[in-house]
Design a protein around this ligand. Structure first.
Ligand SMILES: [Zn+2]
Length: 166
C-alpha cells in the first residue's frame, strides 16, 4: 500500500507505541508493541489497532480492578463497553437519566453500591479464573472512596492478545 501522504513509498508494518486517544479517558492510554504502518520515505504513521473490542475489554477489566473511585469518564467508558445507552444504565440501576449524566460528568460521584454493580457487570463480560463471586470477595473490600489513580495505562500486544503491560 502506497503512502497516502507522499505517495513515494509503500507503507511498512512495524511495532511501536501508540497514544490511544479513542478511549476518552482523562489519562493516557499507551499501546505498547502495537502494529503501526509507517512510510519509510516521509515518516507518516498510521495506527491500525488490532482487535479493538478485545482491547477495550482488557482496558475495562483493568479499570474495574482499580481501588479508587471511578471518575465520570470511566463510568461512561464502562457503560459503552456494556453497549448500553445512558437510559439503559438508568433503567437497570433504577435511577433517572439525569443521575447518570451527573455521574458521567463528574457532577456527583456514583454511590458505592452502584459502582460495585457496574464493576461486577464489566467483570462478567469475560469470565476470569476463580469466578465473579471469588473476585468480589477478593477485590471489593479493598475498594475505597478515595480519588482514583489517574496515571497512564499501558497495554501491550503480545502473542496475539492484549494485556496490561507491567
Ligand atoms: Zn510517505
Amino acid at each position: 500500500m502506497k503512502c497516502f501522504r507522499c505517495k513515494r513509498a509503500d507503507m511498512v508494518t512495524e511495532v511501536g507505541m501508540v497514544d490511544y486517544t479513542f478511549s476518552g479517558l482523562p489519562y493516557e492510554v499507551i499501546l505498547v508493541n502495537a502494529p503501526v504502518q509507517r512510510c519509510p520515505s516521509c515518516g507518516e504513521q498510521v495506527d491500525a489497532v488490532p482487535r479493538p473490542d478485545e482491547l477495550h475489554r482488557v482496558l475495562g477489566l483493568h479499570i474495574v480492578e482499580q481501588a479508587g473511585r471511578l471518575v465520570g469518564a470511566e463510568v461512561r467508558f464502562l457503560r459503552k463497553l456494556l453497549n448500553w445507552s445512558a437510559k439503559d444504565l438508568a433503567n437497570v440501576f433504577g435511577v433517572d437519566a439525569k443521575t447518570v449524566s451527573r455521574w458521567e460528568n463528574d457532577k456527583d460521584p456514583m454511590g458505592p453500591v452502584s459502582e460495585r454493580l457496574l464493576r461486577l457487570l464489566v467483570r462478567d463480560l469475560e469470565p476470569v479464573d476463580g469466578g465473579t463471586a471469588s473476585w468480589v470477595m477478593q477485590s471489593f473490600p479493598a475498594l475505597s472512596q478515595a480519588q482514583g489513580r489517574h496515571g497512564p495505562i499501558r497495554l501491550e500486544a503480545c502473542d496475539g492478545r492484549w494485556s496490561v503491560a507491567a
